[in-house]
Structure formats: C-alpha cells, structure tokens
Write a protein that binds this ligand. Structure first.
Ligand code: DSN
Length: 405
C-alpha cells in the first residue's frame, strides 16, 4: 500500500486484534476470501436498482453477483423462493430496520420492541434513534425474577397497544427466543412479526439455535456477527411484503448498493453451509456455556443463570465493580468486552452494572472449553483487581497459540 500512514494504522490494528482476547459478542473474524471480495474492484461500480432493472449500464456481472447472493441467502437458511425473498442490498442492520418499518408501519404508528436497557436495539424504536422519532415505540422487557421473556405479559402489552409491527431478536439476551409465542402475539393483534436475528444468524444457519423462519413475516440479519461475513445486512421477507420492502430499501432509503459487500456476503453465506461452520457454531455454544459456568463458579452472577447462545451478561456491580470499570480493567490486560446494562439496571448507560460477553470471535480462533475455563479465571482475577501482570502474560500466551487467519 502506497499510503504509508493508513498502512501503518492497519498494521497497528492487525497487531491489536492479534494480541487481545476479543469477547465482544457482536464481532468476529472474517475469512480471507470474505476480505478479498470486500477489497475487490467491485467497489468501483454503481448499480442502483435491482438485477435486470438497473439505472446504470455495465451491470451484467453485478447482476450475476447479486442474484447469486440472493440465492445463497435463501439456501443458507433452507428457504424456498416460492415463499421467501432475500434483499441483500442493505448497507447494515440499522438502515435495514428503518427500511422494514418504512414498508410496514405508517409514520407515527406503533412498533413494539424490547427496551434497549434489557437487551433490545436502538433501531427497535428507542427514542434517540430515528426509529423512535418516526414511529412510536411500545416497549417490553424481561421478567424481573427470571430475567427471561414473559410471553403472557407481552401478550397483554400487545393487546393494549395494538402495534403495527412486533419486533423480536436482541443484542443482549442469552436465552432461546420462543418465536412461536411471538407469532401468537402478532396474530392476536394483527401485527407484522419482524425478527432481527443479527446476533444469532450463524447459529440459526448451522441449526444450533431455533429458526425464526417458520413463524416470522420478515427476518433481518446483519452478516458480520455469528454469521462471520462482512459488515452488511440482509432482509428476508415473505412474498406478500417483499415488493414494499424492496422499494423501501431502494429508492426509499439507499442509493447504489455496495456490490463488494454483496459479493463478500455471498462468500460468507456459502461458507456457512460447510460442515466446518456447523462444527464452529456448536463450539461457540459449548464455549459460551463453559465460560458462563466457569465465571459463576468464580462467584460472578450471570444474568438469567446461564446462556443458550453465544452471548451472556455478567452483573459486575453485584461485586461493586461498575461496567465501565470492569471493561477498562479487562482492556488493560488485553481482554476486550463491552460494558452493558443488565435488566432493571438503575445505573447510567455510560457506566451500567454489567458487561456483555460473547464467544463467536474466540471460537473462530480455535479456542475450546478448556481455554474458556482459563479465561474465566483471568477475567475473575482482573475484576477482583489482582494478578494484572500474570494475566497479561497469560493473555499473550493464548493469543500467540490461537492465530487469526
Ligand atoms: N452494536 C451491535 C451489538 O453490539 O450488538 C448491535 O448493532
């Protein structure tokens, strides 16, 4: 690379990524093939419109790429093209969610989503997001005692508020979501059921987490979390909704699609169908369970008492360590997490009561349950403010043993 300044920064970030234990639940490591597609000459091309209906010339190859990506998206989640369509143009999850609501909910109408501080996402209608300004959010949370979804309560809220759209799928909820229950609730009030499966997409593709497709009307996913693709998003919709959603993505919200992203997504989707990927997804779950259990054994409270997925939350404040302090201390020894609100948190979002932990990235590096047990001890010691230099060298040892490919 001729630009030495950027080259130096990319090298520095490569070194940082290699030298830390990344437990951020929404991050992962892409394959070289995904990165090759992402950094390819496809980025040079404008392709406003859809395959066969473009506003620019020279799109014959791009049409093939987008059509292939759509086909691979349906195949990865075992969907029939008689029932489902895949729109692979959304730049990322946030615009994809906006596009979905634009297609399904008149401006000012109600959308029902999980509270941000209980595991929802900004774009599920939070007040600071455009989705909370354009639409009116009806909120739901988790049960105070079980810290799990309470479907009876959700039904009551939905019946009272009658939202146009019901959104499920979360950023910080570790348990299996009962999509059938959400379908019942949506049916009871005539709402469209939208599932944001961004976090769990790779697990769903691998068949280790229940699929939302039998129950949902629309499913959105980002492609860079457990699915291990580039930063992008896909909207799957039942045929009844796909035309409106297509118009909503382009020309409603976006201009030219990022064709390099689309090609990279196609690569990741094909990778997700391999037996290696299925093995990987099973290991992600085993690692999450092992890490959560080992942290519990070390005295840390895991929200809802465990995990059924790649992610879980730790209540650090129970031991008088704020989420910010916990995250800073861990970063200091080379363990990267994010501070996170826990259900019914009464501390501030910038210094909440917990941290969020996910195992998708470290599993890609090849780590297994025995490594998780070691990492739990390192986390525990660090949160207890002890053994910093020993922990730093243990972290280095682990990162040297498990490379990023
Ligand atoms: N920011 C992502 C996450 O960390 O879960 C969701 O968009």
């Amino acid at each position: 690379m001729k630009d030495k300044v950027i080259k130096k920064l990319i090298d520095a970030e490569t070194k940082r990524q290699e030298g830390v234990l990344n437990l951020i639940a929404s991050e992962n490591y892409t394959s070289q093939d995904v990165r090759e597609a992402l950094g390819s000459i496809l980025t040079n091309k404008y392709a406003e419109g859809y395959p066969g209906k473009r506003y620019y010339g020279g799109n014959s190859v791009i049409d093939e790429i987008e059509t292939l990506c759509q086909k691979r998206a349906l195949k990865a989640f075992k969907l029939s093209n008689d029932i489902w369509s895949a729109n692979v143009q959304p730049y990322s999850g946030s615009p994809a969610n906006v596009a979905i609501y634009m297609a399904l909910a008149p401006i000012g109408s109600k959308i029902m989503g999980m509270r941000l501080d209980m595991g929802g996402h900004l774009t599920h209608g939070h007040a600071v997001s455009a989705t909370g300004k354009i639409w009116k959010q009806v909120v739901y949370g988790v049960d105070e005692k079980t810290e799990r979804l309470n479907y009876k309560e959700l039904m009551q809220i939905a019946k009272k508020e009658k939202p146009k759209v019901l959104i499920t799928g979360f950023t910080a909820y570790s348990r299996v979501i009962d999509f059938k229950q959400f379908r019942k609730i949506a049916n009871a009030v005539g709402a469209v059921l939208v599932v944001d499966m961004s976090h769990i997409a790779g697990l769903v593709a691998a068949g280790v987490y229940p699929s939302p497709f039998p129950y949902a009307d629309v499913v959105m996913t980002t492609t860079h979390k457990t699915l291990r693709g580039p930063r992008a998003a896909i909207i799957f919709s039942r045929d009844k909704f796909s035309k409106a959603i297509g118009k909503s993505v382009f020309p409603g919200l976006q201009g030219g699609p990022h064709v390099n992203q689309i090609a990279a997504t196609a690569v990741a989707l094909e990778e997700s169908r391999t037996s290696d990927f299925k093995k990987y997804a099973r290991q992600v779950l085993k690692n999450a369970k092992s890490l959560a259990t080992s942290l519990e054994v070390n005295g840390w409270r895991v929200i809802s008492g465990g995990t059924d997925s790649h992610v879980f939350l730790i209540d650090t404040w129970r031991q008088h360590v704020g989420g910010r302090e916990a995250s800073d201390r861990l970063e200091d020894v080379g363990i990267i997490v994010n501070k996170n609100a826990i259900p019914f948190d009464n501390r501030s979002p910038v210094d909440p009561s917990g941290i969020r932990i996910g195992t998708a990235a470290l599993t890609t590096r090849g780590m297994k349950e025995s490594d998780m047990k070691k990492i739990a001890l390192l986390i525990s010691d660090t949160l207890h403010n002890k053994n910093f230099s020993k922990t730093r060298s243990e972290v280095k040892k682990l990162t040297k043993k498990f490379h990023i490919k």
